[in-house]
Design a protein around this ligand. Structure first.
Ligand code: TPP
Length: 763
């Protein structure tokens, strides 16, 4: 049924009520015996659930004992790093991961050892012999059982090696406990930012829907995360009705994601029910879709209950009925970390009550009752898990550390999408491409960007484009008008007004194989998505030990110069140059804008592509033929010998004006170096110019204080101080806030006169 407000665009104020329906709790009433009898689980899988939970508990208890020096296999080992232990929560991780297929994905949290171990364990069990052989690089004869054991040993070893910060760890010691990831089995990463992985998971689900591969994303997140803005944005993003799924003639919408709340009832120490206005987190889901996201409350201490609910959730997602919201009630026995004694905020009685429903003890009893294991079998399984873990820990402790010289290795990737896989090459178009008007071989800066986007979307079907109002309306600056009609709504869509989710979903979509381009209507709004740009997009290639590349482009439009005041006028690229892992570029001409956007879309690094609204209407020559402008290469826009002006963005046209006037006024010969790309920075072109001229002005529209202009000044003086005949001057915006009044804004922004005055002062 379509809700009245979905179809109602006319005023209709007849009285009605919204029925929020009901949310079931603890639906699973079976046990192992009934599951076996119903054929919903086989005996081998039933035992695997226990082994998987034991592996988690063993690893977590190892960390506890390592911290106090009481872990016998490694008595002297100095364990550094976080200790967010998940003992008590094993059934949630295992029940959920055992319900997923190999092609599915998970994201996890700072308390993610259990999720990572379980994902690897059950993925290994689901692998074919060929996949297992590949995983353990085994060529000789081995039974399936031996291959699995070898793969499990390797799995535990690489998990522990990562916890120990070793080169053999899943992330080569670059990620550690809170960022552990294994992309080979679709584990897209634990995340140290509470809620940080939720938009990534949502983007992965957007990608899975687009690719039509039937994959489902299970997004583990703590209860505390569901007060976080980007998490709520993600719930909204995932449930959008424009994500239609036509299944068997039925109209459904949403993306295939399970928001699985690991609800242990506490944030760090605060009680979740005290900092939220609801008794049950499942109720959150009611605000985001008319079917309450099929929300359920689940007994998270019972592995079969979690497995049953997740299996049903996965089925729903595969049928095009996602998202699903599971509020899995569980408990962590230890404190937030091992430095938290838990005294201040909860009682020992409460803890004891939860321990009476311990997930492992209860499940062991069921296995014994069903005679799938006897006491000896149980003891043997426990001993095997312990032995595997101890061997892995000893091996990991003795394994090589990363080389200090490699400290920033993996920060950037040096690859790009030169070859488009056949499946995505020369994408079919849904309608006609919008015409772009070329006059005397010239295009506006706006149309140059549009043409680049169109060409790349045509070249590679993995390129999708979204942002606020970019579809029918064509974006606030009409840059994308006609792209929806040309490429269809799967590739061009309006995003909700959720900048953090826009950037975060792009990260997730990129991780699963797309190449998203997203638009931020004004660059000021990038501050809304600071975490997703700075902590997620920028860092995942490095933190994963180069397991994953994050090819995405964030097009950010700068509004300065239009009298829009302090929150729509900022030139903020300097902030992003301070975030290692991002590329930051800012073209000043239509030619560069087109060639650089094409390069940015093909590059496998995340790129912040900054555009100036002041330049959108400016025309310049743009050839018809295919060309690229490489990132990281500055351009000399005018050659000269007496003084260098280094700049970027809209400061370049001003610098060129100043140069002409300087030539006319005092006969000085000015060289104008357009950086185009701030990161990577073409240091050599700048230094070569300054060596020649001995004088330099650095110009941009950034607020001068703390801007990237200072970085250029430092670089010049560190490297070619001896060549300088005068101090280097900066010409930027005033150290203030952009005003609305045009008189004040003119005084605020730098112009050709300011650059001219600075250059004259140096001469
Ligand atoms: C954005 C952010 N804010 C604060 C923190 C500090 N912090 C780490 S874990 C945590 C509590 C998270 O609670 P929850 O999401 O319920 O997960 P749990 O720790 O209970 O597993 C906090 C506040 C953080 N890592 N990230």
């Amino acid at each position: 049924m379509v809700a009245p407000y979905l179809s109602n665009t006319r005023p209709d104020f007849r009285a009605f009520e919204i029925d929020c329906g009901t949310i079931p709790a603890c639906r699973f009433r079976g046990d192992l015996q009934s599951e076996l009898e119903a054929g919903r689980i086989d005996p081998a899988t039933a035992v695997q659930l226990l082994e998987s939970m034991l592996m988690i508990r063993e690893l977590e208890e190892m960390i506890v004992r390592l911290r106090s020096g009481a872990y016998e296999p490694l008595p002297e080992f100095n364990y550094r790093g976080p200790t967010h232990i998940s003992v008590g929560q094993e059934a949630a991780s295992v029940g959920a991961c055992s319900a997923l297929a190999l092609k599915d994905f998970i994201t996890s949290t700072h308390r993610g050892h259990g999720d990572g171990l379980a994902r690897g364990y059950h993925a290994i069990q689901a692998m074919t012999e060929e996949q297992l052989r590949k995983r353990v690089a085994r060529c000789g004869a081995a039974s399936r059982h031996e291959l699995i054991e070898e793969a499990l040993e390797d799995h535990v070893y690489r998990m522990i090696a990562e916890l120990f910060g070793k080169e053999d760890g899943y992330c080569k010691g670059r990620g550690g406990s809170m960022h552990i990831a294994d992309f080979s089995v679709g584990h897209l990463g634990a995340n140290a930012i509470v809620g940080g992985s939720v938009p990534i998971a949502t983007g992965a689900a957007v990608g899975a829907r687009y690719l039509g591969n039937g994959a489902v994303v299970c997004c583990f997140a703590g209860d505390g995360a569901f007060a976080n803005g980007v998490v709520l944005e993600s719930l909204n993003f995932a449930a959008q009705s424009q994500f239609t799924n036509e299944m068997a003639g039925d109209h459904r919408f949403g993306v295939p994601i399970i928001f699985l709340v690991l609800n242990n009832h506490y944030g760090m120490t605060g009680r979740t029910e005290e900092v939220m206005g609801i008794a049950h987190l499942a109720r959150r889901a009611a605000g985001f879709s008319d079917c309450n996201m099929h929300a359920e409350i689940v007994n998270g201490m019972e592995v079969l209950a979690v497995r049953d609910t997740t299996l049903r959730a996965v089925e729903k997602c595969r049928r095009g009925e996602g998202p699903v919201f599971l509020d899995v009630n569980t408990y962590r026995y230890y404190g937030h970390s091992l430095s938290d004694p838990r005294n201040e905020y909860r009682t020992r009685e409460e803890e004891a009550a939860w321990k009476t429903v311990d997930p492992i003890a209860a499940y062991e009893k069921q296995l014994l009752d069903c005679k799938l294991l006897d006491e000896a079998g149980l003891a043997a399984l426990r001993a095997q898990v312990q032995r595997r873990n101890a061997c892995a820990a000893q091996r990991a402790a003795a394994s090589p550390d990363p080389e200090p010289a490699d400290v920033i290795k993996y920060m950037y990737t040096h690859t790009s999408a030169e070859e488009v896989p056949a499946r995505f090459r020369n994408a079919a178009i849904a309608g006609e491409l919008p015409a772009i008007k070329r006059t005397d071989g010239q295009l506006t800066y706006r149309d140059a960007i549009k043409e680049a986007l169109m060409e790349e979307m045509r070249r590679d079907a993995r390129v999708i484009f979204y942002g606020e109002d970019v579809a029918e309306y064509g974006g606030a600056f009409k840059l994308s008008k006609g792209l929806l009609e040309a490429f269809g709504r799967d590739r061009v869509f309006n995003a909700p007004i959720s900048e953090a989710a826009i950037c975060g979903t792009a990260v997730g979509a990129a991780m699963v194989g797309l190449r998203p381009v997203v638009e931020l209507m004004y660059m000021d709004f990038a501050l809304m998505s600071g975490d997703q740009i700075g902590n997620q997009a920028a860092k995942w290639h490095y933190m994963s030990g180069a397991q994953v590349e994050v090819p995405l482009v964030i097009r950010a439009s700068v509004g300065g110069g239009k009298g829009y005041g302090g929150q729509h006028s900022q030139t903020l690229e300097s902030i992003f140059t301070h975030v290692p892992g991002l590329y930051v570029v800012y073209p000043s001409t239509p030619y560069d804008a087109k060639g650089m956007l094409k390069s940015a879309i093909r590059d496998n690094n995340p790129v912040m592509f900054v555009e100036s609204q002041l330049l959108y209407g400016e025309k310049g020559p743009v050839p018809d033929d295919e060309y690229l402008v490489p990132l990281g290469v500055a351009d000399i826009k005018r050659t000269g010998t007496d003084i260098t002006i280094v700049g970027w963005g809209p400061a370049i046209p001003d610098a060129l004006k100043a140069a002409s006037r300087l030539q006319a006024d005092v006969g000085a010969s000015v060289e104008v170096v357009d950086l185009r790309s701030l990161i990577p920075l073409d240091v050599e072109t700048v230094l070569r110019s300054v060596r020649k001229t001995g004088r330099c002005v650095v110009a941009s529209h950034c607020v001068t204080m703390g801007s990237f202009m200072g970085e250029i000044v430092s670089t010049i003086q560190e490297n070619v101080f001896d060549y300088l005949d005068a101090p280097i001057l900066r010409v930027g915006a005033k150290n203030g806030i952009a005003p609305q009044s045009h008189i004040l804004e003119a005084a605020f922004l730098p112009n050709a006169d300011d650059i001219l005055a600075a250059a004259k002062a140096l001469l």
